[in-house]
Design a protein around this ligand. Structure first.
Ligand SMILES: C[S@@+](CC[C@H](N)C(=O)[O-])C[C@H]1O[C@@H](n2cnc3c(N)ncnc32)[C@H](O)[C@@H]1O
Length: 396
């Protein structure tokens, strides 16, 4: 199969497809239902679906959920093209707009481009695109057009405006009403006609979900690559798309932007009690030193361990006794210290009754995570795959 074009499937720390396929073949021989609780672009779910496994994904990022849904569910290209033509035709002549509530919008978009987006938003909100697979495909084409029609440098997954981008894009008008139909055509080549009802994806914050089993379901297998500590700022990476999707999908930016696990945003230590702090220090002895030299970085680690603990509790409550939990994770560089994040997560799982039964390393080729952060270069060379089995009765 040809490679998926980057424009259509770019996602920070995306699992490479060869690894997703390998994990599915190695661990799902007896799988009845598979979940990826941090599904991102849906790479693991898509690999599971290829084996006709019933798959469910969760992610806090509404853009990721939209992308994964389109990828898994497919759509009818003729119906989607009709919806897209209606959207664009009605938007072109619309006097009404649905405003983008973002002060920085004029920095990222020309006034003409943002006006067109606001016309599109008004009509899209009237057409209730989220209700059908075809409507969601059109909404994904809209979301994928956002970066292309912005002033951002197109080379980077993180939106930034460079001198080169200013020079290259000067005097040009990027018209979303032309881009969206052409992006939809590309999406149709990849995903149209798939039509599967074995894939489900939900937008949820795993750290606060109540009664996860009711909300997500019960599973025999979990395979996932979780967020790292302060490595990817998922909110920042998707801020253009999210600001333009707000009002069209059921979320608001103010209530999600500090909830991405591993983030450096928000009041990091708000819910963390002194007993959590102690437990984290015994899990990671360097943490006391980091607290002295880099207090903010230490707060990020505390918050990460706290959030991952909550997320693991939620996932465990969805897993059948004897169920399999496969996790892919590497190291992080925080405050100048190398943190073996995969070891920390393995300890959190063992503390919850999971027993390791298999483990191997996978080299990361040409994947730098992240290029530069907090004054040092962080290069992750290897990820560790750890496979656990849940012992005891569920909910222990
Ligand atoms: C390493 S990425 C997963 C990438 C994915 N395996 C792929 O191939 O695209 C981690 C994901 O965790 C999600 N995430 C972060 N915090 C979360 C939370 N509180 N609840 C649910 N998902 C969260 C992020 O949005 C991100 O998509």
């Amino acid at each position: 199969m040809n490679r998926t074009p980057t424009l259509l499937d770019r996602y920070p720390a995306k699992m490479v497809s060869h690894l997703a396929k390998k994990l599915i073949s190695r661990y799902t021989t007896d799988c009845s239902k598979l979940m990826d609780p941090f599904c991102g672009s849906g790479a693991i779910l898509a690999a599971g679906l290829e084996h006709k496994i019933s798959v469910s994904g969760v992610d806090i990022n509404p853009y990721a959920v939209l992308l994964s849904k389109v990828k898994l569910r497919g759509f009818d290209s003729i119906v989607a093209r009709d919806i897209c033509s209606e959207l664009v035709d009605r938007a072109r002549s619309s006097r009404r707009t649905l405003s983008v509530k973002w002060l920085a919008k004029d920095y990222w978009f020309t006034p003409a481009t943002i006006h067109k987006y606001e016309q599109l938003r008004y009509i899209a909100s009237r057409m209730k695109l989220t209700r059908t697979c075809e409507g969601r495909a059109v909404l994904l084409a809209y979301a994928l057009s956002v970066r292309v029609c912005s002033r951002a440098d197109q080379r980077s997954p993180k939106p930034f405006i460079s001198k080169a981008a200013i020079k290259r894009r000067k005097g040009k008008h990027f018209d979303p009403m032309k881009k969206i139909p052409s992006i939809l055509n590309m999406l149709a080549e990849l995903y149209a006609g798939r039509k599967s009802n074995l894939g489900h994806v939900k937008c949820l914050n795993l750290t606060t979900v109540r009664n996860a089993q009711n909300a997500i379901g019960s599973f025999s297998h979990v395979i996932t690559s979780p967020p790292y500590i302060n490595a990817q700022d998922y909110f920042r990476n998707f801020k253009l798309e999210l600001h333009l999707l707000e009002g069209l999908l059921p979320f608001d930016i103010e209530s999600i932007n500090t909830l991405f696990i591993g983030t450096e945003r928000g009041e990091l230590l708000k819910h963390i009690k002194s007993e959590d702090i102690k437990a984290h220090r015994s899990l990671l002895p360097q943490l006391s030193k980091i607290e002295g030299t880099h207090p903010r970085q230490a707060a990020i680690i505390h918050r990460y361990l706290y959030d991952m603990g909550k997320a693991f509790d939620a996932v465990k409550s969805c897993l059948a006794p004897g169920g399999t939990f496969v996790i892919v994770c590497g190291d992080n560089l925080v405050g100048g210290y190398t943190i073996e994040t995969w070891q920390l997560l393995n300890c959190l799982l063992e503390n919850r009754g999971f027993v390791l039964f298999d483990s191997f390393g996978d080299d990361i080729n040409r994947r730098y995570v992240p290029p530069k952060r907090n004054g040092h270069k962080g290069l992750i060379k290897q990820e560790v795959i750890s496979a656990f089995r849940l012992t005891g009765s569920k909910g222990n």
